[in-house]
Design a protein around this ligand. Structure first.
Ligand SMILES: [Mg+2]
Length: 146
């Protein structure tokens, strides 16, 4: 779904002003997805060179590859990484590296979404409903609980 009021338009026209009424701050005052999307748009406007959607998509894939490569190395050290209980052996240092790669991936995805006028928060909520519907109709992938 494309948001009615894009937070960013390609061509560095800048960020549209104001938080939409539905994007209320969290109960603890934390930054919500829309606010982070707007913040990344502002940073992108001020600091980044405009890249095309193809370049951005390849960059997302490249960063996902970096994450996968790091996880592969952890897997080599400890095959438990492949199992549902494999989170425990991941050290704090490894978690920091994983977090860094995740930030790269998410940021590039948000930049792509911003240029295309896609509201990430709306898309995340919609997708969770789609997955929930699938699970309720009996589709259970490896991640679904039966
Ligand atoms: Mg990276």
């Amino acid at each position: 779904m494309v948001c009615a009021k894009p937070v960013y338009r390609a061509g560095k026209e800048g960020v549209t002003g104001g938080r939409p009424p539905w994007a209320a701050r969290g109960a603890r005052g934390e930054e919500l997805v829309w606010e982070m999307q707007e913040r990344i748009a502002r940073f992108d406007t001020e600091r980044f060179r405009t890249l095309g959607p193809g370049y951005l998509a390849l960059s997302v894939a490249g960063e996902a590859g970096e994450l996968a490569n790091f996880m592969k190395k952890l897997w080599r050290k400890d095959p438990a990484i492949a199992r549902p209980d494999g989170f425990a052996p991941v050290t704090q240092e490894d978690r920091a590296q994983i977090g860094d790669e995740i930030a790269d991936i998410v940021m590039l995805c948000v930049v792509l979404a911003n240029h295309l006028g896609i509201d990430v928060e709306v898309e995340l909520a919609r997708k969770l409903e789609v997955i929930d519907d699938r699970l309720q109709t009996g589709y259970f992938g490896a991640e679904g609980r039966t």
